[in-house]
Every structure is written in structure tokens, then in C-alpha cells.
Design a protein around this ligand. Structure first.
Ligand SMILES: Nc1ncnc2c1ncn2[C@@H]1O[C@H](COP(=O)(O)OP(=O)(O)O)[C@@H](O)[C@H]1O
Ligand SMILES: [Mg+2]
Length: 490
């Protein structure tokens, strides 16, 4: 498996500038554009030279650290003057391609640190420091939509707490990370916490793990010496009808001799509203920190920072901006943004394989556009894909009728003929006329088509209420429907 170093140092035909790319207006524009949108003053702290060893050699999907080479750190010191000499990316070099995909992989821990989450991290860190310093238990509730950097930020803070306690000569807290998606049952959370406290002690058979923890934290003699920093991720999975597990969990931090510093992370924003009032009444309201969805600028900033680990430009700046704009408008989910960027690289890669051009190029706006359209399908496209097969065939028949005749309306009888034709060509038995009209009525109720008010069934007027392009788009990846759909005649 290639490492990032091998990728950046591999003999690069890329060093030879491509004559086409060097003279196109686009590449000229690229050189004139400020090199990185993310080169803002507030991110300077993340550009310090990295000291961690390069470790990009794991299989894809396992967390890895991306490290910038000393060369790239030097470049940052010399600014734009040196940046102009940035070697060109050679996408035909498998090691370089692999390094790009790794930089954009969701499982890759970015070596640049966590940009755009300074305030949230600072607040979590302060909370932890106060607990460790005063040796008191406490609880924190982190919430935000998926992909807003909660897990990444809290993991980074966890590392910083240990380092800080060490430097201060304080007892470093023990650490426990639990992902609730891995629990067999919700109450297993208590046995996991208990196991961490009782590494050597024998568990008492009579009491449940929760009761043992409660009793342990209620008496000075039985209270453990070291603090335990417990990070409970994907806490949404702990929601039971009465929310008892959640309440019991947070209540553990209120016992007089509790040693738990609890950080709960949840995706459901409204979980706080649902369970905080009860916790407040139980006098154990946690500190709440909300991670807001990423904005367009934050998404571009994060992507650019992740790509800084590479020695070459991979994307046209406009392509990243386009992705950031779309994702921010939809959800602000960084996981989605990274997925779209990777998909754009794959689109670029496959077009590169099909082309005999010598130039190398970068991932452009067009590649990003294709990648985005794969991810952000219109709602109607998704709903077409969820329809039963015969109803999809009726829509297919409608698309064929209107594409072929350039008409705006047809009759139920004509549509039925087109539907039977599709059934015949795809060797699927057609339903009878009565069932066919029923299907059309269902499609009409759902807003795909409109049925006219004729008493004579076969003469009922049928008009399409959605775009033909939505039907063809929905079926573009289906071999079955690709055969059924007639190609438009120009
Ligand atoms: N501020 C950031 N800087 C760099 N990468 C980020 C940042 N925020 C999120 N990511 C990346 O986005 C993906 C989702 O982040 P994650 O922390 O798992 O989100 P959440 O826990 O909120 O669902 C991860 O691959 C993570 O590395
Ligand atoms: Mg998470």
C-alpha cells in the first residue's frame, strides 16, 4: 500500500509540465487565483510543521495520519513565491492517486488538526480541565447534525486533556470511549464503565452493573482514586421509551464520590429538549455544546486543509467552492462533502482512462458537477426509485410516449399500448386494463400524472406532471429500464 511519502516522492512525469495545460486560460486563471481559500490568519496554528511519523500504509478504511512532508512545511514558510513551484499532480501515478483518495477519506484523521471548531474544542477542553483540576465529576452533552465534526473534535480534545494533565503534574484521567452502535443492549453501557473501574476487583454478583456503580460512587471508601473520562458517542442509540438509561447515565456524575467525567455525543438536536428538562429536575443538567452545520466557507476551508498534506494541487478552486456551496445548502455535512470530492476524483480518473490525451489536468468544476448530481438527486427521482416495478414501467411508457411524439397529453388507451410494448420487450407479464387504470390512479394521487375526467376509461386524458428528465435520470443506472426507455429523437 503506498504511503503519502511514496506518493509525493515517486518519480513524476508530472514534473514535466503538460504543454496543453500550461497554455490554457484555465490553468493561467488557476495560477492567478489565491492558492488556497483556507490560508486564513486564524488557521495559522494548524500549519506548523508536523513531527508525527508518516503512517499512510494501512488499508483504506482504517484511521491513518496524513503528514505533510518537510518540503511542504518549507513551502508554507516561503509563501506564494515557492507555491508557484508546486509540482504538478500526476493522476496517472497510482501512488499519488491513492494519496489523494486517502486525504479525502472519512476514516483518515486529518493531520492538519480540526479546523473551524476552535471555539467548541476550547469549551470542551475547559470543562475537562476544570473537572480534572478539581477532581470532580461532571457531564457534558455535545449535539449536532451528522458530519459536523463532533467525534473528531472530541477525540482531539481527549488527547489534549491527557497531555495537559501530564504537563501540569496532575493525575491523568483514565479514558473510555464507547460507541453506542456497538452495544448489544442499552444497559451494557454500565458494565463497560464498571469494567474500566474494576480492572482487578471481582464483580459483585447480586447487584446490576448500574447498582454497583451507584454504590461505588456513594461511599468514600469504595470510590476509585483516578478520574475516568468517558466519551459516549452516538448516544441517540441509548434512547429508550422512558429514557431511563440516559438519565441513569448522567445521574452517575451526581453522586458525592463520583469519578466520572462524562461526555455524551448525539446527532439528534432535539434530544436535549426531550431529556434535559428531566435531568434539570434531577439536578444533573449537563453543560450543552451544540455543533452547528458547517457553512460553505468552513467546508472549503476544511477540504483545502486536508489537501494541504499533499504536495500538489488536485482540484480547480472553483470545483471545491461548488461542492462546498451545494453541501452547505443541503446539510453542512462534512462526511458528504468529502464523499462528493472523492467521487469527483473518481469521475476525473475514469475520464482520464478513457482519454488518450497526454496532459494530466486537475479535477474541474465539470467533474464536481457530475459527482454532485449523483449524490443530490432531486427528491422526485428518489421517490420514482421507490415505486413498485409496474408503476415505474407506466412512467417509462409515459416518458416514451411524450419523448417520441413530442405531445403534452395522451389517452389511457395509448398509454396502455406503450406499457404493453414495454412489458413485451422486457418479457414481463403485463397487468390487465383494470389494474392498469388503478395504477394510473395511484400515480395520479401521488402527483406523477394527471387523469382527465372522461367517463370512457380508454379515452381518459393523461398528462405527465413531472419532467421526463427526472424519469430518465432515475433509470439511468438500471439496465432493465435503459432497455425500456426509448432514446430521444432529435
Ligand atoms: N473540522 C474538521 N476538519 C477536518 N475534517 C473534519 C472536520 N470536521 C469533520 N471532518 C471530517 O468529516 C468527517 C465526519 O466528521 P465526524 O467528526 O465523524 O462528524 P460527526 O461525529 O459530527 O458525525 C470525518 O471524516 C472528519 O474527519
Ligand atoms: Mg460522530
Amino acid at each position: 500500500m503506498p504511503t503519502l511519502r511514496s506518493a509525493t516522492l515517486s518519480p513524476a512525469p508530472a514534473a514535466t509540465p503538460s504543454p496543453t495545460a500550461a497554455t490554457t486560460p484555465r490553468s493561467a486563471k488557476r495560477r492567478l487565483t489565491p492558492r488556497r481559500a483556507a490560508d486564513s490568519a486564524d488557521s495559522a496554528q494548524f500549519t506548523a510543521p508536523h513531527t508525527s511519523p508518516l503512517a499512510g500504509a494501512g488499508p483504506m478504511g482504517t484511521p491513518k495520519m496524513l503528514s505533510a512532508s518537510p518540503k511542504s512545511s518549507r513551502k508554507r514558510l516561503y509563501g506564494d513565491l515557492v507555491a508557484a513551484e508546486k509540482p504538478r499532480w500526476n493522476p496517472r501515478d497510482p501512488a499519488q492517486m491513492q494519496a489523494v483518495k486517502e486525504a479525502l477519506h472519512v476514516a483518515t484523521v486529518p493531520s492538519c488538526g480540526v479546523v473551524c471548531r476552535d471555539d467548541e474544542q476550547r469549551r470542551v477542553l475547559e470543562f475537562c480541565k476544570a473537572c480534572v483540576e478539581q477532581e470532580r465529576a461532571g457531564s457534558l452533552y455535545v449535539c449536532g447534525c451528522p458530519g459536523t465534526g463532533k467525534t473528531l473534535s472530541i477525540n482531539k480534545v481527549k488527547e489534549r486533556v491527557s497531555r495537559w494533565a501530564d504537563e501540569m503534574g496532575l493525575d491523568t484521567p483514565d479514558e473510555l470511549s464507547i460507541n453506542c452502535t456497538n452495544l448489544g443492549s442499552t444497559s451494557d453501557i454500565f458494565s463497560k464503565i464498571l469494567a474500566k473501574f474494576q480492572v482487578r476487583k471481582k464483580a459483585s454478583g447480586k447487584l446490576s452493573p448500574l447498582q454497583q456503580l451507584q454504590s461505588m460512587f456513594s461511599h468514600k471508601e469504595s470510590a476509585p482514586r483516578r478520574m475516568l473520562l468517558v466519551v459516549v458517542d452516538e448516544m441517540d442509540y441509548l434512547i429508550t421509551r422512558d429514557r431511563a438509561v440516559l438519565h441513569d447515565l448522567f445521574m452517575l456524575t451526581t453522586h458525592q464520590f463520583s469519578r466520572c467525567i462524562l461526555i455524551g455525543i448525539a446527532n439528534a438536536i432535539d434530544l436535549a429538549d426531550r431529556f434535559l428538562p428531566k435531568l434539570e429536575s434531577l439536578n444533573c443538567k449537563p453543560l450543552v455544546i451544540t455543533f452547528r452545520a458547517y457553512s460553505k466557507d468552513q467546508i472549503s476551508n476544511i477540504i483545502n486543509h486536508r489537501l494541504k498534506a499533499l504536495d500538489y494541487d488536485v482540484f480547480e478552486p472553483l470545483a471545491i467552492e461548488f461542492c462546498a456551496r451545494k453541501v452547505a445548502a443541503a446539510s453542512g455535512d462534512m462526511r458528504k462533502a468529502l464523499g462528493v470530492c472523492r467521487s469527483a476524483v473518481e469521475v476525473f480518473e475514469s475520464r482520464l482512462q478513457d482519454s488518450s490525451k497526454q496532459g494530466f489536468g486537475v479535477v474541474t468544476f465539470d467533474h464536481m458537477d457530475t459527482a454532485l448530481s449523483k449524490v443530490f438527486k432531486p427528491v422526485v427521482v428518489n421517490s420514482i426509485l421507490c415505486l413498485p416495478q409496474h408503476q415505474q414501467m407506466v412512467l417509462c411508457a409515459l416518458a416514451n410516449t411524450f419523448q417520441h411524439c413530442k405531445k403534452k397529453a395522451t389517452t389511457l388507451g395509448e398509454l396502455n399500448k406503450s406499457y404493453i410494448e414495454i412489458c413485451r420487450s422486457s418479457q414481463v407479464p403485463a397487468v390487465g386494463m383494470l389494474e392498469f387504470s388503478n395504477m394510473c390512479m395511484i400515480l395520479s394521487d401521488q402527483g406523477y400524472l394527471k387523469l382527465g375526467q372522461s367517463k370512457e376509461d380508454k379515452l381518459r386524458r393523461v398528462t405527465l406532471q413531472i419532467d421526463i428528465s427526472d424519469i430518465t435520470f432515475a433509470f439511468k443506472d438500471s439496465r432493465f429500464f435503459q432497455k425500456c426507455l426509448e432514446q430521444p429523437k432529435f
